[in-house]
Design a protein around this ligand. Structure first.
Ligand code: GLC
Length: 426
């Protein structure tokens, strides 16, 4: 897959090929299965929360099972929490005893995952929370995603915390072979320090770094469609993130799951505009992925397998048709129409007027009818615009239809967001 976005021109360019990844939030919070921020949102005293360490024993954890699901879902890379806000570390760190080695399980989760990713050629990215509710030097001051105040015995000291953080970054970037990304979260004081990403870049030059850390990094991270970016294509690298459930990123026993239609519209909207997409599940405490979450990933994977060519070596081309019901991607003589918001069973591709040779609904391969005669709504123009007609819109109301249009001649002109070119067919 490719996009119209300027590449980095180095090892980080894997990012523009992989496009769709699996996000995993996993840690002690999976034991109660309430929310990944159980300690803070549930007002659990730190002395209580740490007792979960003695119950960490994910005997069903199998990195290959996760990667099998990733493959079935049509995903191409993995991003996993190494340390969430609770401070519990999923790797063999020398910087704090609050880690997976000092539990009944006693094994390095990140090490096992990294080995499996390397064996199977899956790019691995690591999530790391700057905010930390456990490490005694982190200044918990009640700012965004911080505990209200330091815990008894804490010694808030930002400089010492940064030494701890950098030592952990060095471990992660030195002990697990090649990494493909570093995903910062919750740099609460918005403390800038370019030396942190510089360390990552020195140790792992092919790693892409997100924008939630200590400098702007390589890519933006819009979350859960909170903001609807009106851009019809992106001109800088973006990786949207979303979870399969409305409430939580970690495992939640009472999770409320999004509909397939909601997730597919979100996924298509980002992929068709040239962004990457990271979709999250929260494994249960035993290490298995909840069946509901796995089923969602598989259904989305079936959609992606059917329509995937619309994202393969194509470029965003939505500027050709400013209709907000649809987005476009293009390659040579082929245009792909992504119906992210159809309101009826036909869709107009104004200002296009050229009939295609063939129109196919990629979701199931059926042919699609078209017309170019004058529609009553275009009486002022007295022009017949290309319409796709008789679409099975109700049948696909919980999905996104993608229609492939093949034209007789190559599409002319670079259909980039800046040219605003019409689709010229010779
Ligand atoms: C939100 C959540 C946090 C999660 C993150 C992932 O910021 O509060 O728990 O890790 O999203 O992007």
């Amino acid at each position: 897959m490719s996009t119209g976005i300027a590449r980095f021109g180095d090892g980080r360019d894997w990012f523009f090929e992989a496009r769709y990844g699996l996000f995993i939030h996993w840690g002690l919070y999976a034991i109660h299965g309430w929310h990944e921020q159980e300690q803070w949102r549930g007002r659990v005293p730190a002395a209580e929360y740490v007792k979960l360490q003695a119950a960490w024993n994910p005997t069903a954890f199998d990195p290959d099972a996760w990667l099998d699901l990733l493959a079935e879902a049509g995903m191409r890379y993995l991003c996993v929490t190494t340390k969430h806000h609770d401070g519990f570390c999923l790797w063999d760190t020398q910087q704090t005893p609050f880690n997976t080695m000092n539990t009944p399980y006693g094994r390095d989760i990140i090490g096992q995952l990294a080995a499996a990713c390397h064996r199977r050629g899956v790019p691995l990215c690591l999530y790391y929370s700057v905010a930390d509710w456990h490490q005694p030097n982190y200044p918990n001051l009640g700012r965004h995603h911080e505990l209200a105040a330091p815990k008894p015995g804490d010694e808030p000291d930002w400089d010492r915390y940064m030494l701890f953080l950098k030592a952990q970054v060095r471990e992660l970037c030195s002990n697990y072979g090649e990494l493909h990304g570093f995903w910062w979260d919750m740099n609460v004081p918005e403390h800038l320090d370019e030396s942190v990403n510089a360390l990552i870049r020195e140790l792992q030059p092919q790693a892409v770094i997100n924008n939630r850390g200590f400098d702007p990094g390589d890519f933006g991270t819009p979350e859960r469609d909170y903001e609807q970016d009106p851009a019809r294509s992106f001109d800088t690298p973006v990786e949207a993130c979303q979870s399969v459930g409305l409430e939580s990123w970690g495992y939640r026993a009472e999770e409320s799951y999004y509909t397939d239609g909601h997730l597919l519209r979100s996924l298509d909207r980002y992929l068709a505009r040239g962004a990457n997409y990271l979709l999250n599940v929260g494994p249960r405490a035993d290490g298995s992925i909840p069946p509901e979450s796995a089923a969602i990933l598989r259904r989305l994977g079936a959609w992606k397998a059917a329509v995937g060519e619309a994202f393969t070596a194509t470029r965003p081309a939505s500027h050709l048709v400013p209709n907000p019901q649809l987005l476009l991607t293009a390659r040579d003589r082929t245009l792909y129409v992504h119906l992210v918001g159809p309101i009826g069973d036909s869709v107009k591709l104004k200002p296009l007027t050229t009939a295609p040779l063939r129109a196919t609904l990629l979701n199931d391969g059926r042919p699609v009818a078209w017309a170019t005669n004058l529609a009553p709504t275009d009486h002022l123009d007295q022009t017949g615009y290309l319409r796709l007609c008789g679409l099975p819109a109700n049948e696909y109301a919980n999905s996104v239809m993608v229609i492939k249009l093949e034209f007789a001649e190559p599409l002319q002109g670079p259909p980039t967001a800046t040219t605003g070119d019409d689709l010229r067919v010779r």
